[in-house]
Each structure stands twice: as structure tokens, then as C-alpha cells.
Design a protein around this ligand. Sequence first.
Ligand code: HEC
Length: 124
Amino acid sequence: MKCQFAIALCGVAGAIILLLTCSAPPDGKTVFIESGCARCHGINGSGSAQAPRLEDLQSKWTPESLEAFLIDPPAYAKDNARLQAYLKKYATPMPKLEIAPTRRKVLVQYLLREKREATTDERK
Ligand code: HEC
């Protein structure tokens, strides 16, 4: 009987540990990769060139504006001259992607942290 109780207790502890690790938000880079952003965008040495490179966004976005853009890129781009200019250059506009709010927050933090590395300077 005692042993069964101990096994049950282990099960509960295991479930709690599992729940904690599963519900912790992943880091921004993981969200970037898992959301398929690198299919179009390049960021410091990796990713594609179907869309503007995503370094040095600090000078263009605040956490609030970047979040608003990511919620609905086509709607945001409508009133933004800089994004409109990009749309003439790139074939596929930025799509609306479903990203959970907690994941979007860490993604924004990651994007606003990335600075152009010295070695990638020549790839303007
Ligand atoms: C199908 C290609 C495609 C995908 C996938 C994509 N984007 Fe974009 N993105 C674009 C294009 C094209 C633009 C340029 C303007 C526009 O569409 O609004 C852009 C613009 C941006 C900008 C503004 C860049 C600047 O210079 O200010 C950011 C930030 C951005 N994307 C982040 C992301 C993130 C984060 C993801 C993944 C969640 C993502 N994009 C997925 C094509 C894409």
C-alpha cells in the first residue's frame, strides 16, 4: 500500500515538472525558426533573402509597434511608407501568422536585440 502511494506521488511530481517545462515560453530565436520567419527573412548569417534582413530593427520599431505589426502585417503595412516600398521589391508580402501572445513577446524581444554583426556588414 505504502509503495503504491509512493508511486502515485512520483507520478504527480512528474506531471508537475512536465507541465512547468512545457509551459515555459521558448526563447525568441526558437520562435523565429518555428514560425517559419527564416523562410523569407535573413538574420545575422542565416535565413533567406525573400524579404528584408532583420538586423538593427531598434532604430525603426518600438516593442509596441513591432507587436502591432506582427499581429496583422498587411493591415499595418497599408499606412507605412517604408513597408510599402519593400512591397515593391519583394514578391510575397509578409503574411499574417498565428503566434501565441507569450511567444510573440519573446519574438519581439529577440528581434529588437539583434544588431548587425561586423562580419555581415557587406551583405546590405
Ligand atoms: C512569405 C515571406 C515572409 C514570411 C514567412 C515572414 N515575413 Fe516578415 N516580411 C516579409 C516582407 C515581404 C516584408 C516587407 C514588407 C511587408 O510585407 O510588410 C516583411 C517585413 C517584416 C518586418 C519589417 C522589417 C523592417 O525593415 O522594418 C519584420 C520585423 C518582419 N517582417 C518580421 C517577420 C517575422 C518575425 C516573421 C515570422 C513570424 C516573418 N516576418 C515572416 C515577408 C515575410
